[in-house]
Write a protein that binds this ligand. Structure first.
Ligand SMILES: [Zn+2]
Length: 285
């Protein structure tokens, strides 16, 4: 009996004891010295009380993930990033004198606009294309991408919003995306879509101002603001601050002149919204 008790007392702890399994484990470093940062903040001291965010700004993949097993040209396509959206965000940040936070990695690594663990967070397939490195990922590999790619970007958004809160009343947040002109073989007729859920403070006047430019404006098209949109849902709607997302047709922002045209259109449409009463109040809809 004594020998038996002694053996139990001296047995090494199992590798995954209850205590260890509850501790975070980020896995080995996913990013190396040649990889870009997880986010970029521009115009940090910008005077506008609206934060711009661009979730799908980049088509970068950590070197270690070796292009996720896809051919190089897959990263020129909309499945990897929102073509033109980063350039519009940069132009708009300058024109509106607004802070902007741009994500540093492709949505194929982990989508910043989906909650971690969601089936679309690390997509095994996008628009009919299988992503080899996203099949049957271990919990550790998923956690690596959440901790080392997803969370640093959202922390940067939180810090940018906190800087605005420090300076004044409730900030507003605008998320900038672009959409492919066809999806699943079907054409999408819109020049721009304004996506909103219940908070009308930015979306409704924005659609009115955009109408002046004789554009085909989608009201919750080609995606609906009622669907999951993690970034503005979490940083905007959940906090009760004015929020909205826009989706620009990629065909119109592929080159510099297209980007400049849309920076003009959007800045003229957004600037008057800054003066709307109630924009900078915490409000639930
Ligand atoms: Zn997007």
């Amino acid at each position: 009996m004594q020998v038996w008790l002694f053996r139990i007392a001296c047995a090494p702890l199992p590798r995954y004891s209850f205590l260890m399994s509850t501790l975070p484990n980020d896995g080995p470093d996913l990013l190396g010295p040649d990889d870009p940062p997880q986010f970029e903040v521009i115009n940090r001291e910008g005077g506008a009380h609206m934060l711009l965010v661009c979730d799908h700004a980049s088509n970068a993949v950590p070197k270690q993930l070796d292009y996720l097993g896809l051919p190089d040209d897959a990263f020129e396509k909309h499945i990897a990033y929102d073509i033109g959206a980063a350039a519009v965000t940069r132009g708009l940040a300058q024109r509106l004198d607004a802070q902007a936070v741009l994500a540093g990695y492709s949505r194929l690594v982990i989508d910043p606009n989906r909650p971690p663990g969601h089936p679309d967070s690390i997509m095994p397939e996008n628009d009919g294309i299988q992503i080899p490195a996203n099949q049957d990922l271990s919990p550790m590999a998923r956690r690596q991408r959440v901790r080392q790619v997803f969370e640093p970007y959202h922390d940067a958004v939180n810090r940018a919003l906190a800087r605005l809160w420090d300076r004044g009343p409730a900030p507003a947040i605008l998320s900038i995306h672009s959409f492919s002109p066809t999806f699943g073989g079907k054409p999408r007729p819109w020049d721009i879509g304004v996506l909103w859920n219940r908070d009308p403070r930015i979306a409704v006047p924005l659609m009115e101002h955009l109408d002046r430019f004789e554009l085909t404006v989608g009201d919750n098209e080609p995606y609906s603001g009622h669907d999951l949109a993690y970034t503005i849902d979490m940083h905007g709607a959940a906090a009760g601050i004015a929020n909205c997302a826009i989706e620009i047709n990629q065909d119109q922002i592929r080159d510099k002149s297209g980007v400049l045209r849309w920076v003009d259109i959007l800045s003229e449409s957004i600037l008057p919204i800054f003066d709307i009463p109630g924009l900078h109040r915490v409000e639930r809809f």
